[in-house]
Write a new protein. Structure first.
Length: 126
């Protein structure tokens, strides 16, 4: 009777005290666009955090009811408007206001991008 040869584990000869050898680097993907850095009038530079695929923007709403309405609107409209994520809906809504302000304030021209950190945090003092 022939017995099959035992298989060799990829963990053979390793221990928690000695890390495994580093894997070979993957070939560079030429379809990935580089992180763009654009200069602003304030001298700041727009940049993306390392390892972050998309820049982040955060905001607060006045109460729990408003937050619930926003979530419900996303669920109700995601199929109709093609929003794949909650961020898709929020970006579409904010960009609609941005385009309106560009028409009203900036003669229809796009605003020049402002660097992260240029917007003062918190409420304005008035």
């Amino acid at each position: 009777m022939n017995r099959p040869a035992p298989r060799k584990s990829s963990l053979a000869g390793t221990s928690p005290l000695t890390p495994p050898p580093a894997p070979e680097p993957a070939p560079a993907d030429t379809n990935v666009p580089p992180v763009v850095q654009a200069k602003t009038t304030s001298g700041g530079v727009l940049s993306q955090r390392s390892g972050e695929k998309y820049p982040r923007l955060n905001y607060y709403v006045p109460d729990v009811e408003t937050a619930g309405r926003i979530r419900a609107a996303f669920i109700a409209g995601r199929t109709r408007y093609g929003w794949r994520t909650f961020s898709d809906m929020q970006a579409a809504a904010v960009l609609a206001v941005v385009e309106q302000l560009e028409r009203e304030i900036n003669d229809g021209q796009p605003f020049e991008p402002t660097a992260a950190g240029a917007v003062p945090p918190g409420r304005s003092v008035e």
